[in-house]
Ligand binder design. Sequence first.
Ligand SMILES: Cc1cc2nc3c(=O)[nH]c(=O)nc-3n(C[C@H](O)[C@H](O)[C@H](O)COP(=O)(O)O)c2cc1C
Length: 227
Amino acid sequence: MSAINFLLLSGSPRGKMSTSYSLLEYLKAQLENHGKSCELATAHKIMRNETDFENFSNLLDGADYLIVTMPLYVDSLPSHVIDIFTRLLKRRSSDSSKVNPKFLAIVNSGFPEQHQNLLALNICQQFAQEADLDWIGGIPFGGGAIIGGSPLESSGGRGKQARFAMEILAKALSEDKEVPDECISRINKLIIPKRIYMMMGNIRWRKQSGSNKVRDRLNDQFFLASE
Ligand SMILES: Cc1cc2nc3c(=O)[nH]c(=O)nc-3n(C[C@H](O)[C@H](O)[C@H](O)COP(=O)(O)O)c2cc1C
């Protein structure tokens, strides 16, 4: 199996219809424009198939970079990203001749504030440390839901800042430079006022609760101590 420069993993269970995938697909095209070789995998696929996981792990052994994108789920990582990280950790702990690729994570959330994603990025950093990956930083993306899984290429104004952010990220990484601060500030620029974004999110939330027949349970507090 030939070595690749960038191994990209999209961690959303929504597959190709996700913001996580859109970001990586666009980043991959930019990196390839800079002459880099890339491989893009989806977490929900490789977690189900042992051969796919094995191929992914073998690619990681020869890669310069691992870049993982994922949605924020309850202030943490989606379960199958945790599953893949756990299996990689186990495999890497028993391999004394392993290489240490650089590792970058991008976490996107429904809430518009970038800080919502910091705990999840801390978890990624901890994984990097335990798996002997060279953590080069995390990109918190507040309000990633606005992309809604559309390909960045054709998402017009909605994806403008994310496209720009991925372009400057690709340029920096292809020159082996750090993640530019501008990448984080750009991707977090909301294209609509925050209160409109929240209003739209609330409308969608109520609509989804209706189609799932749980509208009367929206204010349930599961962890409230019962009297
Ligand atoms: C089960 C679940 C849990 C979520 N938890 C959070 C959360 O804690 N905070 C938040 O801001 N968004 C949360 N979201 C929203 C997603 O992070 C958001 O829609 C994201 O853009 C989805 O990314 P994707 O398209 O890459 O899957 C949650 C969504 C789901 C389905």
